[in-house]
Design a binder for this molecule. Structure first.
Ligand code: HEM
Length: 424
């Protein structure tokens, strides 16, 4: 569409209409003014059908009420003491792969994505909800029993999450009205069963947290923060206007747990699978990563909870950055206008939806000195690197502005630790 119509065009996806903007100055405007551009209401109409109480679908006071319990718990320093947990899960996955593929002639690994998905599911839920889903333990048993020709089967929760995710993709892209999609979901038995499995798992996590939580101490992780934000008297809170309500309801808590698991595992595992794909084809990149680890004295025994040490692995940062640039997990940042405005001479009205097409800019040759279709981590490495001073608005894999990804700090940390561990 961009090739045919240029950097600004309109698109209908079913009943949803979007203005698409593809240049850095457009992104700058869209991300810079929170009083004009807010979370797109198409998210509420689509994601909202599947996860109505998840942060990504909320706006206004309800968004602030939820963000207060979630955002501070996702800062990087909160996870410093849990790095060994990440390492432990990565090692489990490496063992599973070894059990399945070592000593095989010309093995072809058919489970890079599913393996990484189970890794991220276990890691994310343990780090944020202090709950071991046991997916990798389950895979480990299977890997020891079965022969490597069999595909790895995800656990019951993994299957339920992928059915849930498929439903989300469907309602986000089929363009049908919310009413029709809502009806289709209600009669979709597979989806309803998946929802039951998800709810049971989320309820178990919440119950475990409630049993273990000390009410006199400050919450130590995300689930504790959410549980301690539960409203004492839901009925009386409900009678207040939204702007005055404090805390979250039990139903909202369940919605957030499910939404955050989805947000926290799906994107990161996709990025990991792409990382393996790109790097496996570039022996010189592998070599440079190994050299950097050696230079920094990082061995299998080194504790990675030293953030200064992690920060010094700058080439590995570039590899991660390049993976995020090329392997986009979402394509655009959508925003609905709160007031009329003009973008690049185009009048847009209150209630219209605009999108900043970051995935196009991340591959647009006008913004990159080295061929943007190629995987070249070197483009970012060092003060004189060709693309180190790229325009910040053309590289936004986590979106931007006040509705940028709240999990990006955690995602970058998890990905870096996992990548380093893969190299040992
Ligand atoms: C590599 C990993 C990840 C990528 C590429 C990614 C990407 C994104 C993108 C593109 C958005 C939309 C931003 C916008 O509209 O401008 C987003 C929003 C969001 N992400 Fe992530 N994400 C990742 C990891 C995570 C993790 C680990 C979590 C959970 C802790 C998370 C939770 C969220 C939430 C809650 C939102 C909605 C924020 C809001 O609406 O205010 N994401 N993410």
């Amino acid at each position: 569409m961009q090739k045919q119509y240029g950097d600004i065009f309109q698109i209908w996806i079913g009943s949803n209409h979007y203005y698409v903007f593809c240049r850095s100055e457009h992104a700058e405007k869209i991300y810079s003014d929170r009083h004009i551009f807010d979370r797109a209401d198409v998210r509420t109409k689509t994601f909202g059908l599947i996860a109505e109480d998840f942060l990504i679908t909320l706006v206004g006071s309800k968004y602030k009420r939820h963000a207060k319990a979630i955002v501070p718990m996702l800062r990087k320093h909160r996870f410093k003491s849990q790095i060994s947990i990440i390492i432990n899960y990565v090692d489990q996955l490496i063992h599973i792969w070894k059990d399945r593929y070592e000593n095989q002639n010309n093995p072809i690994c058919t489970c890079i994505l599913t393996g990484n998905q189970q890794l991220m599911l276990d890691t994310f839920t343990r780090l944020t909800f202090d709950y071991d889903l046991g997916n990798l333990k389950h895979l480990s048993k299977l890997a020891k029993q079965s022969n490597s020709e069999d595909k790895i089967q995800p656990s019951e929760l993994g299957v339920a999450l992928s059915i849930w995710l498929d439903a989300l993709t469907r309602v986000a892209t089929n363009g049908m009205s919310s009413f029709v999609n809502d009806f289709l979901l209600k009669i979709d038995k597979k989806y309803q069963n998946a929802l039951k499995t998800l709810k049971t798992n989320a309820e178990n996590m919440i119950r475990k947290c409630q049993e273990e939580m000390d009410p006199n101490n400050r919450p130590v992780n995300l689930v504790a923060s959410l549980v301690s934000s539960l409203q004492k008297d839901e009925a009386s809170e409900k009678r207040k206007p939204e702007t005055e309500q404090i805390g979250i309801t039990k139903k909202e808590l369940l919605g957030e747990v499910l939404g955050l698991i989805l947000g926290g595992y799906e994107t990161s595992s996709t990025i990991l699978a792409w990382f393996i794909h790109f790097v496996s084809k570039k022996s010189e990149v592998q070599q440079k990563m190994k050299e950097e680890l050696k230079q920094q004295g990082i061995t299998k025994e080194t504790s990675l909870n030293n953030f200064d040490l992690l920060d010094r692995c700058q080439y590995i940062d570039c590899v991660l950055k390049e993976t995020l640039r090329l392997a986009t997990t979402s394509f655009v940042s959508p925003r609905t206008l709160l007031v009329d405005t003009i973008i690049d001479g185009i009048k847009i009205r209150k209630g219209d939806t605009v999108v900043s097409a970051f995935s196009l800019m991340q591959r647009d040759p006008r913004y990159w000195k080295l061929d943007p279709t190629q995987f070249i981590p070197q483009r970012f490495f060092g003060v004189d690197a060709p693309d180190v001073n790229h325009n910040p608005f053309v590289f936004t894999p986590f979106g931007g502005g006040h509705r940028a990804c709240v999990g990006q700090d955690l995602a970058r940390l998890e990905l870096k630790v996992i990548i380093i561990r893969y190299f040992h």
